[in-house]
Write a protein that binds this ligand. Sequence first.
Ligand SMILES: [Zn+2]
Length: 412
Amino acid sequence: MYSTRLSISSKELGYDWLYEDQEKRNNVLAKAKRENVTPQCLCRGKHTPLPLYITHRGKHHFLAKMPGTGGQHRHDCPFFSPRDVDSGRGTYQGAFKTQSDGRDTVRFEFPLSRKPNATHEKKDIPPAGTYQHRRGKVSLLGFLHELWTRADLIRWHPGFGNKRSWGVVQRRLYDALDELVYLGNPLSKRTYIPRPFNKDKSSNNNKWRDKLFARYTPGSAYDSPQRMLVVGQLKSIEEGKFSLIVKLKHDNYPFYVKSDVLDKAYKRFRLALKDIQDPSKACIVIMVVEFTLNGNATVYDLAAMPTTPRFIPFDSSYEHELADILIDSSYSFTKPMRYDADKDVVFPDFLLDVPGYPDPIPMEIYGMNGLSEYDKRKQEKIAHYKSKGSPYWHWDLSAQDTPPPLCFIYNK
Ligand SMILES: [Zn+2]
């Protein structure tokens, strides 16, 4: 699927060859790690090697890109990720800090730990969408965007076909969480993501979940009330006896949520939370959860993100339409995430991989006619690409209600 070549211990080998067999990959990478070798990616040619590092989860070894180098890889390389300036990630300064082992520490703007006997929530959580400057902390939605980006779920390749299942998403998210550290521990230990439902394994899966939850229930080994993160595809929001209940797909566990938390979420994440049963989309939620003395899971905050059924995120119904067209037309592309960026921050809606172009083509959808804020943004974006002298594609909604052919790429 990938034509990327790698250099490990001065030997050149194909990425696909290394990744086709887990045992082979473990042997090659474990040996390289023992010998303290720095593997390199040769996607930009032998004369421009890009450094990688070897990470492992249990016995399984993987290659990972050095932090901040994703944008240097070719768009069709497995280690590519949008440069910070091509997504909203450039908004942060200090929210993610790389440690000496290559993992990043995270600073959240919401409390994941609470002091014992504290009766009030911290009040320093700023409202969304009002940031004019760089931020040192990440919001709940921003963190979900970071997870999706790190797990490479913002990229689509026609070879993925039907392989982008919840099982794949769940595994990749946990791999990404392994590389993120909060209070000295990987966030994979503090996050619950349901395993894909399987009738034969359901009791095992429930035991695994209950064991994880028990660690965060008052009276467990932890002294102070601890919160955890829960990520999943929303199945339903039901009326319970005492409160509303959120349920995730692949699991039937009740998460109790107060109406004010949900009201706030409905206002802010309208596109994601409407029509959750619509099979043409999926609603991904991330929740901050704390357990009561009785072991009930209470949701303190919730953010939601709409995706296609193959879990490609979108920010508007037009982006949804375009993502479906790109997938149906067998294109490879990337969806840069907005994170906590202000509305006037300019970056592409999609990055399209077009044969013959060494770099991805930015794709823009311009807003409806008559809305001055959108018009202003449109002018800024056109000026931005023209000033860079690089090719781009755009769909102007005020001129046409269906997207122009994907081959209409502008050079000036
Ligand atoms: Zn590469």
